[in-house]
Structure formats: C-alpha cells, structure tokens
Design a protein around this ligand. Structure first.
Ligand code: HEC
Length: 126
C-alpha cells in the first residue's frame, strides 16, 4: 500500500512538474526558433508567426502562404495548437507530421518544451 501511495504521489508530482514551464526560460529556448519565427510580432518569416499560437488551429494564418499540404490537412482535420499538441510537435516535428515543412529536428528536453510553451502563452495577445 505504501509503495502504491508513493507511486501515485510520484506520478502526480512529475505530471505537475512537466506542466509547469517558465516563460522567462522559454524566451531563451525560443532563440532556437527565431531564425524562422516571430512570436512577439505578428509578422511571418520563413515560418508562420507564433503570436497567439496557443489555441490557434494549425495552418490558420491567411497571410502565410508557405504552409505544407501536410500542415493544411492537419488543420482541416481539426488539429489545434494547445499545450499537448505543441509538446508533441516540438519534440519531433517530423514524427508527428512526417511531411511538415518545418526543418527543425525537435527539442530534446521536456523542460525546454514546457518553457517554450509557457513563453508562447505569455506573448499571446500582446
Ligand atoms: C528552419 C526554420 C524553422 C525553425 C528553426 C523552427 N520552425 Fe516552426 N515552422 C517552420 C515552418 C516552415 C513551418 C510551417 C510548417 C508546415 O507548414 O509544414 C513551421 C510551423 C510551426 C508551427 C505551426 C504553426 C501554424 O500556424 O500551424 C509551430 C507551432 C512552430 N513552427 C513552432 C516552432 C518552435 C516553437 C520552434 C523552436 C523550438 C520552431 N518552430 C523552429 C520553420 C521553422
């Protein structure tokens, strides 16, 4: 029983940890993305701008004309960028969407992923 309780506690606390990101740390992680993405301005680069991306459907920007067919299909099927889908995409863009045009191998650290998502949430609607 004790072991079970400890296991449950451990699971609960690691879930809570994984969900908590620091926007400040995420701004530093985002330097890996700035060659292709703006987040604080709604201006596209090689990649679509990420201002307000949390809660936005995939491939939703009308003024970004370089979405892959794969991304447009995901958007049409209902993919929305929330914490869970962003975490999966950022861990391995091509694992989630094999034909995505995003030439980025992925973030290795779960903490970096949580942080960068916290940062993206923090720039929303600014
Ligand atoms: C080498 C350029 C490049 C880098 C680096 C890059 N991206 Fe991208 N990103 C793209 C391109 C191009 C697309 C469009 C992909 C498609 O249509 O398949 C994209 C798409 C996205 C999308 C989907 C946006 C939408 O409107 O559906 C998100 C979210 C995203 N990138 C986040 C990031 C984050 C966060 C990083 C850094 C950890 C990053 N990207 C690094 C080029 C890049």
């Amino acid at each position: 029983m004790k072991t079970l309780a400890a296991l449950i506690l451990l699971t609960l606390s690691s879930t809570a940890l994984a969900a908590e990101g620091s926007a400040e740390a995420g701004k530093v992680v985002f330097k890996k993305c700035t060659a292709c993405h703006n987040a604080e301005q709604a201006t596209n680069k090689v990649g679509p701008h990420l201002d307000g991306v949390v809660g936005r459907p995939a491939a939703a920007l009308a003024d970004y004309t370089n979405y892959s067919d794969a991304m447009k299909e995901e958007g049409a099927k209902g993919l929305t960028w929330d914490e869970a889908t962003l975490a999966t995409y950022l861990a391995g863009p091509k694992k989630m969407i094999p034909k995505t045009r995003m030439a980025f191998s992925g973030l290795k650290s779960e903490q970096d992923i949580a942080d960068v998502i916290a940062y993206l949430k923090s720039v929303k609607a600014q």
